[in-house]
Design a protein around this ligand. Sequence first.
Ligand code: FES
Length: 712
Amino acid sequence: MSCPFTDPRALFGDLAEARSRPGLTWSESMGRYVVSRYGDIVEALHQPEVFSSRPAVPELPSPWRERFAGRVPDRGTLLGHDNPDHDRLRAAVNTFFMPRRLARFEPWIERNAHALIDEFADRGEIELKRHFALPLPLRTIAHIVGLDVDKADWIGFALAFFLGPKDTHYRASPEEKADALLELHEHIREVMADRRRDRRDDLISHVWNVRDSGEAETTDFEMLSLFPGLMLAGHETSSNLLCTGLAHLLSRDGAYEAAQHDDASRARALEELLRYESAITGMSRVVTRDTELGGTRLRAGDEVFLAYASGSRDGSVFDNPDGVLLDRGFERPHLGFGQGVHACLGAPLARLLLKTELRVIHERLPGLRLATPYDELEYGPVGEGRGVPELLVRWNPGGPRPARVRTRPGIQAVVAGKFVVADGVVELEFTPVDGRFPAWAPGAHVDIRFAPGLTRQYSLCGDPAEQDRWRVAVRREADGRGGSVHAHDRLAVGDVVTLTGPRNNFALAPAPEYLFIAGGIGITPLLPMLSRAGAPWRMVYLGRTVRSMPYRDVLRGLGDVTIWTSDRGRFDLDALLASAKPGTAVYCCGPERLLAAVEELCDRHALALHVERFAPKPQEFGRNAEFEVVLAGSGRTVRVGPDESVLDAVNRAGAGVPSTCREGTCGTCEVRVLGGKADHRDSVLTPEERAAGEYLMPCVSRSQTPSLVLDL
Ligand code: FES
């Protein structure tokens, strides 16, 4: 069966017809099968080895291919790569785009949104796309990547080369845009070279940090290839989403005000708008081997178009699919950003940007309304992207000009001292730039942001009574992820760093007696506990050599401390734990081998064990067990069966957790853990974050404990 898929106004009718027919629908205009049903699209998205995304980025035709050779990467986005290259390249950028980490850019976006509206707030009427919806995402993405924001319009012009005739914004010949595109790539190369020497808080610096840490290997040319595609997708889709989203809200009685009640209502409304009409109609895939999808036999080499816009309106999945329901739950995720390994990398940024834009528009443009009747809005031609070339709006001028500027979270602190306290271990002493540090209790740790993209957690090891100085000790790990090497080799007295926290996952619980077991640098969280235990205690401190053990001299004379080095043979942990009185609380911190041994022995001797890990516990994902999740906000408890995700289970109970990839790679679904122990299976949290156990990606991660309490 064939469907036209050519008239933008008839698109949703065509897609509904395609969904109603058996099998896949052949599109003559696209030259490929259209996959229109939700289940079929999701099935294909989660089989990237069978449905390759390479055709989503077609090769450039002559003469551009020859002209750009060696200067403009021909596979200029992650979509153009299958595995193993895709995962390797994505690992260089995906942790940057986690919502929690992107939140630091919100004040910047808000300031710039106000600055743009300052230019036209008094006019009462504007074409919003040209004056706001396009320039703000362009500036934002340029800022986040690390390019000069004043060049944002030029960057948009250069990137418009890729849009071809679909570009209605920049009037210039393809040759002029091609020249600009070549210049843009040269400019990015220069910024990359600059950031290699001088890291800042931007994506280019982040990729260098990831490269230096060895977490993701990329060549310079591959690194260059990451940014233009991201910038193109980032600004084009965001501007379309804002314009069509506003049009849908403003054309329905009461919808705009209901959506603009607060940030939570804005976030909910955005998810529904993304479902109703995403800026991405769909994406193409090529079939790599003979298979079947949606009742149609496909041969290797066949091409399919996964019509996200259709799946998100599938009536077998969504009630009232053609209505805009602002209170629609999150039980079934929409396909507005795709799913799977190729889910939109910039989805968290788009959500942050759109939410901030809506808030500022609401504050600054009172009485906002459409100036063009909704039914007369013109859409661009049918393709992968969907949007209106312009959106004329009116409001009642004279609205407020708020001067609200949010401050960056965290505590600014100066490195006041740096001392060698053992072979390969330095102690860092920090003093606050302003005021005093917050109070903390033994076992607490802080996040130290040494440099952009280089945040690491360390246990506080000083005196909890001191609020004018904090101390941590750092062992140099040459094969680590770069934090300890930075602390040892680059950080200098007088440097300013940002600290966040303190947080405590290793607090002292009341007990009649304590047994502290430290391995090497694992002494740090235990040291402050000794003076605060308030009950009899013993400590065993294990290390390779005396010289490698920090604070051994401090410990002498404090109480019952045994210092044991490897050259004396193996320490008898079994005898130690067998000698502990019933009720003794065992606190242990050190390398995984020590923790595993102590865990086993504490089980054997029925002792309560508290551990602090520097790296996640090695996991084997065997058969999934059933467990329960408590939603702390409502007190509701939901069972998570072996074959469902925490995400689906909590959303079934109305938790409203958004998601994008549903494979643990984007960070969209992140939730805070308030109790229990997570079984992390994602690929965005750092080892330190996994060890801290404060966050969980419920789309893939599960629980190590029978119950998990989530901040929902
Ligand atoms: Fe992407 Fe969970 S939805 S990490």
